[in-house]
Design a protein around this ligand. Structure first.
Ligand code: FAD
Ligand code: MLT
Ligand code: ZN
Length: 470
C-alpha cells in the first residue's frame, strides 16, 4: 500500500472524529510543553478502541509510516514530538474498564487522565499513589511509557511498581493481551516491564491493570526552611527515621523557586514572613493513628529546631492548608517557564551526595553560564534533583539555548561521577539519545538495540527516540 492509500485507509478505520489534519488542529500535537522542539506529522489519529489502534498500526506497518504515540503531551524530553509520520493520540481511549475492589486493582485505558485514575481509585476508598504536577493533563499510558516518578516515590515507588498488567499493540499490529491483575506471576519473561519506560518505542500501550493501595485515613503536611543543603539532608534523615514508611513525600526547592512561583502562580503563597534559603515540603500518611503521625512530625521538626537544622516550619492544620503548601511545590515547573527559558536537568544521585552535587554543580553553572540563575528543586527523598538553569536576564533565548548541550554534558558527567544518572524520571526521549549512547556501556547499548530490533525490526514505532538503531 502506498502512503496516500494508507492515509485514506486509516481515516476509514477511525471515522470522521478519529483524525485531524488541519494545521491549527494539529499544532498542539506537534509542539511540546517546553516549547523548544517542534515536529511535523501527516495527521493526528485518535482511535477509540484497541481494535482501531491495531488496524491503524497494521496499515502503518505495511506502508512504512512511522508512529509517534502521544498521551497528554506533557513529556519533558521530546519523546512525543513526531517525526513526519502519524501522531497516535490515546485521548479517545479513555474508558475505565473494571474496578476489582477485592483484588485492589483498576483496569483503565491508556488515555485516561492521571487525575481521573486517582479520582476513580479514591471514590472506591483506594489510593493510586502516582502524583505529579501534570496530573490534570498527563495520561496513564504516558505515565507508564515514561515510568513517571513524581512526589510519592519515597513511599510507593515509581509507576512501574503500580502496574500489574498491560495491553499493548505491537509495531506489526498484533495485540498482546497481558492484562493480568496478578501479584505473583513468574511465568517466563515479564514482558510488561519492557514496555514500561520504553517511551513508545516498542509498542502502543492501550490499557493497564493498576495496583491500588488503601487510601490513608489522613495526611500530615509540613513545610520547613533551612540555611543549606547539608541541613536539608539532616532533616530528611530525622524525618525518615521517625516516620519510616509513613513518610510519603520529601520535596525541596530554593528561595528563587519560592519567589518566582509566588510571583507567577495565583494560588501559590509563601507561608513564611521572613526570607529563607531553602524549603522542604514533607508529607506523611496516616493509616491508623493520625495523632501519632502528627506527633512524630512535630517531634522531628522539634529535634531539627533544637539542633539548628531548620530555621522555621509550618504544619498544615487542614486539607486546605496542606493544598496551599502543595500549590507552591506544584507551581514550580510552570512558574519557571513563565519566568524565563529553562535548561532542565533530571539527575539522580545517592541521597547522601545531594549537598555535594548542588555545591559542585553550582560552581559548574556559574563558570559555564555567568549570570544564569540556578534553581535546583525536586524529589530529594529519592535523590532526584531537577538542577534547572534559568536564562540570564541579559541573554537572548537562542544564545542561551546554544549553551544547552555543553552545560548538560558537564552536569551529567558530575552525576555519573557520583554514581548517579542523567535521567531519573523524565526518560530519554529525543533530547537525551546522545547521553544514553555516551554514558551507557557497549553491552547495555547492544542489548537495548537488540530489544528494539526484536520488537520493531522496521523501526516505525517512535523512531529516533531512546536509542538509534540502523
Ligand atoms: P506524553 O508526553 O504524551 O508522552 C511521553 C512519552 O510516552 C513519549 O515518548 C510518548 O511517545 C510515549 N507514550 C505516551 N503514551 C503512550 C502509550 N499509550 N503507549 C506507548 N507510548 C506512549 N514527570 C515525572 O516523572 N515526575 C514529575 O514529577 C513530573 N512533573 C511534571 C510536571 C509538569 C508541570 C509537567 C508539564 C510535566 C511533568 N512530568 C513529570 C513529565 C510528564 O508529565 C510525565 O513524563 C508524564 O508521565 C507524561 O505523560 P503524557 O501522557 O503527557 O505523555
Ligand atoms: C517536577 O518534579 O516538578 C517535574 O519533574 C517537572 C520539572 O522538572 O520541571
Ligand atoms: Zn520531577
Amino acid at each position: 500500500m502506498d502512503g496516500q492509500a494508507a492515509i485514506t485507509a486509516i481515516k476509514e478505520v477511525v471515522g470522521d472524529n478519529g483524525w485531524l489534519a488541519d494545521a491549527a488542529d494539529v499544532e498542539p500535537y506537534v509542539n511540546e510543553w517546553l516549547k523548544i522542539l517542534e515536529g511535523t506529522c501527516q495527521m493526528v489519529v485518535r482511535p477509540s478502541t484497541t481494535e482501531q489502534v491495531a488496524q491503524v498500526i497494521y496499515i502503518c506497518h505495511n506502508a512504512g509510516i512511522s508512529i509517534t504515540p502521544q498521551g497528554g503531551n506533557t513529556g519533558m524530553v521530546g519523546g512525543a514530538v513526531p517525526d513526519g509520520g502519524i501522531v497516535l493520540s490515546t485521548e479517545r481511549l479513555n474508558n475505565v474498564r473494571e474496578l476489582d475492589a477485592d483484588n485492589a486493582t483498576l483496569t483503565v485505558e491508556a488515555g485516561c487522565l492521571l487525575a481521573d485514575v486517582q479520582a476513580t481509585a479514591s471514590a472506591a476508598g483506594f489510593l493510586f499513589p502516582l502524583t505529579l504536577a501534570s496530573e490534570g493533563s498527563c495520561c496513564i499510558g504516558g505515565n507508564i511509557a515514561t515510568n513517571a516518578g513524581g512526589n510519592n516515590t519515597v513511599r510507593y515507588g515509581n509507576t512501574r511498581e503500580q502496574v500489574l498488567g498491560l495491553e499493548v499493540v505491537l509495531p506489526d499490529g498484533r495485540v498482546w493481551d497481558g492484562l493480568r491483575g496478578l501479584r505473583k506471576d513468574n511465568t517466563g519473561y515479564d514482558l510488561k516491564q519492557l514496555f514500561i519506560g520504553a517511551e513508545g518505542t516498542l509498542g502502543v500501550i492501550t490499557a493497564a491493570v493498576l495496583s491500588l493501595v488503601p487510601a490513608p485515613r489522613d495526611r500530615v503536611t509540613a513545610m520547613a526552611t533551612a540555611k543549606n543543603w547539608e541541613d536539608l539532608l539532616k532533616l530528611f534523615r530525622i524525618m525518615r527515621g521517625r516516620l519510616s514508611g509513613s513518610l510519603i513525600a520529601f520535596e525541596v526547592f530554593t528561595d528563587l523557586g519560592m519567589e518566582i512561583t509566588v510571583d507567577h502562580i495565583d494560588d501559590a503563597h509563601n507561608p513564611f514572613t521572613d526570607a529563607h534559603s531553602l524549603y522542604s515540603l514533607m508529607e506523611a500518611a496516616c493509616y491508623d493513628n493520625e495523632a501519632a503521625v502528627r506527633e512524630a512530625v512535630e517531634k522531628g521538626l522539634g529535634e531539627a529546631f533544637e539542633d539548628g537544622i531548620v530555621t522555621d516550619a509550618v504544619m498544615a492544620e487542614s486539607g486546605q492548608q496542606a493544598a496551599n503548601l502543595w500549590n507552591v511545590r506544584e507551581g514550580l515547573p510552570e512558574a519557571q517557564s513563565m519566568e524565563a527559558m529553562v535548561i532542565k536537568h533530571d539527575v539522580s544521585i545517592p541521597i547522601s551526595r545531594v549537598p555535594e552535587y548542588v555545591a559542585q554543580g553550582g560552581s559548574i553553572v556559574t563558570q559555564t553560564i555567568p549570570g544564569a540563575r540556578l534553581l535546583p528543586f525536586g524529589h530529594m527523598g529519592d535523590g532526584n534533583l531537577h538542577f534547572n538553569v534559568l536564562q540570564p536576564n541579559d541573554m537572548g533565548r537562542d544564545a542561551f539555548l546554544a549553551l544547552k548541550n555543553g552545560i548538560n554534558r558537564k552536569l551529567h558527567d558530575l552525576a555519573i561521577a557520583m554514581g548517579g544518572t542523567f535521567s531519573a524520571e523524565h526518560g530519554v526521549g529525543l533530547n537525551k539519545v546522545g547521553d544514553l549512547a555516551h554514558y551507557r556501556s557497549d553491552v547495555e547499548i547492544d542489548l537495548m538495540a537488540r530489544v528494539k530490533q526484536a520488537f520493531d525490526p522496521a523501526n516505525i514505532m517512535n523512531p529516533g527516540k531512546v536509542i538509534n538503531v540502523g
